[in-house]
Design a protein around this ligand. Structure first.
Ligand code: HEC
Length: 123
């Protein structure tokens, strides 16, 4: 049963390593949004856009479609916000839309998905 013991230890270390970052990993899309996006973006219908466009109903919408004063780059992007384009945008906004004023990215793919899924519920 030697192999069993030598296998168990690294596994325990891995589990411990994951547990120590659990706070960020286990946050819901809503919590992540509030923490990482909510200072600039509202999702409450009708709330005026001050720092950033209101993201209520963003899923399925054309990029740059609210009355927010967008960058010319985002306006001209011709994008429609699907889970795929949102994923690319949030991974690296200025890579998908060079010249955009949206500078915040989410590097973790799972966290991106959580936020995008949650945005999809904000109809
Ligand atoms: C520092 C303020 C700020 C933060 C924080 C921020 N954004 Fe933005 N976001 C902007 C601005 C400004 C724009 C408009 C960009 C432009 O005009 O090029 C934008 C645009 C967007 C758009 C396109 C909206 C549209 O109507 O086409 C999406 C989607 C978006 N942000 C999602 C997010 C998400 C998700 C987060 C959190 C991970 C986030 N943003 C965090 C400022 C911010």
């Amino acid at each position: 049963m030697h192999s069993r013991i030598s296998f168990a230890l690294p596994l325990a270390l891995v589990t411990f390593g994951l547990a120590s970052t659990a706070s960020a990993q286990d946050m819901s899309g809503e919590q992540l949004f509030k923490q990482r996006c909510g200072t600039c973006h509202a999702t409450v219908a009708g709330k005026p856009a001050l720092m950033a466009p209101n993201l209520r109903g963003v899923a399925g919408r054309k990029a740059g479609a609210t009355d927010f004063k967008y960058s010319p780059a985002l306006k001209a992007s011709g994008l429609t916000w699907t889970p795929e384009t949102l994923d690319q945008f949030l991974a690296a906004p200025s890579k998908l839309v060079p010249g955009t004023r949206m500078i915040v990215s989410i590097t973790d793919a799972k966290q991106r998905k959580a936020v995008i899924d949650w945005l999809g519920t904000q109809r």
